[in-house]
Ligand binder design. Structure first.
Ligand code: FMN
Length: 366
């Protein structure tokens, strides 16, 4: 019987266990959106597969200046950022870990103060989302976006490709394209948001076109075996209204990706960080369209994760909040040890407190 603690090869990446650290935005990058030594220490604490994760998915990382939506999130589009990330990936690899970069474009979930020259954020639509983002002065309503012209879309696709190449140069083992949580790719996928009349809007096939072009560009640049994708078919995160036929839409999207032979698909089941049963969705039917490794997330307890892998329902399980509070979550899952409590006041921004300060069991042993 396969367990959560068994090794797995996903595409071209060998993992020591099936325990994944989910992507977690922590807003601690240095000026210029550059990763720093504190971030390297945080990831290194969670990188040893014997005590931490078999695979780390990095915090969401913007592919261009326009792709940013929150204060102090890291980028992966210039050489300073690549050098900063190299410090992270070296620290992770020194502990025997594996790490992929989550490639992010927020689309309309941004604010003019975070955009080059104070310009409007771009999206599939010119209709604003209801919601807030975090900027220099604190929380603020997201800004009204500008709908991308059809002739601008190849340029955004090229930014994903460039960021993927930069990620490999920075020493990442691969990338996860962020297609979830109401950000740009989901703003194209769902007919509750996408109101375009060009070849990127209207039919299901047209709404999947942007995702497909991004995945072709990324996998074409770095190889499908180093490329994964995160989707969240029914999440309402970031004012993402439900698609009128989410099951058909996401099955169509995943089926179209088959020729790319992606390493993994990472599915957020239900409302991200909320109820798993917010809307009916047949995840097994979605999995049937995919041949790579199947990674699940959202509200997984130890018992649920053990069961998911042992039953074959999932190949990998990603843990978010539990990895924030427990650098040695892998050991704790193995030993069924109690978990540290999460301090929600230190999630976004700040320094070492609530970031690298959570104790491991070994600290108590010592
Ligand atoms: C502080 C915080 C930051 C997050 N940042 C990201 C992110 O950058 N990218 C992403 O896809 N999901 C992000 N998420 C969602 C998590 O990856 C995950 O889906 C969610 O926490 C549910 O998993 P859990 O129940 O194991 O915590 C974030 C969640 C939290 C709590």
């Amino acid at each position: 019987m396969t367990t959560l603690f068994d090794p797995l090869r996903i595409g071209d990446i060998d993992l020591a266990t099936r325990i994944v650290m989910a992507p977690l935005t922590r807003n601690r990058a240095s000026p210029g959106q550059v990763p720093n030594a504190l971030m390297a220490q945080y990831y290194a604490q969670r990188a040893d597969p014997a005590t931490g994760a078999g695979l780390i998915v990095s915090e969401a990382t913007q592919i261009s200046p326009e792709a940013q939506g929150y204060l102090d999130t890291p980028g992966i589009y210039n050489t300073a950022q690549v050098a900063g990330w190299r410090g992270v990936t070296d620290a992770v690899h020194a502990r025997g870990g594996r790490i992929v970069a989550q490639l992010w474009h927020v689309g309309r979930i941004s604010h003019v103060s975070l955009q080059p020259c104070g310009q409007a954020p771009v999206s599939s639509t010119a209709r604003p989302a209801k919601g807030k983002t975090f900027i220099a002065g604190g929380f603020a309503d997201v800004s009204t976006p500008r709908a991308l012209r059809t002739d601008e879309i190849p340029g955004i696709v090229a930014q994903y490709r460039h960021a993927a190449l930069m990620a490999i140069e920075a020493g990442f083992d691969g990338v996860e394209v962020h297609g979830a949580n109401g950000y740009l790719i989901e703003q194209f996928l769902r007919n509750s948001i996408n109101d375009r009349t060009d070849i990127y809007g209207g039919s299901m096939e047209n709404r999947c076109r942007f995702l497909l072009e991004v995945m072709q560009a990324v996998a074409g640049a770095i190889g499908g075996g180093r490329t994964g994708l995160r989707l969240s078919p029914v999440t309402p995160a970031n004012d993402a209204g439900p698609d009128s036929d989410a099951q058909a839409l996401y099955e169509h999207a995943v089926a179209q990706l088959a020729p790319l032979k992606l390493a993994f698909l990472h599915v957020v089941e239900g409302a991200t960080g909320g109820p798993r049963d917010i809307a009916p969705f047949d995840y097994a039917a979605l999995r049937a369209k995919f041949t790579g490794a199947w990674m699940v997330n959202n509200g997984y307890t130890r018992a649920m994760a053990l069961q998911a892998v042992e039953s074959g329902v999932a190949d990998l399980v990603a843990f978010g909040k539990a990895f924030i509070a427990n650098p040695d979550l892998g050991r704790r899952l193995r030993e069924d040890a109690p978990l540290n409590a999460l301090d929600t006041s230190t999630l976004y921004g700040g320094g070492a407190e609530g970031y690298t300060s959570y104790p491991a069991l070994a600290d108590a042993d010592a």
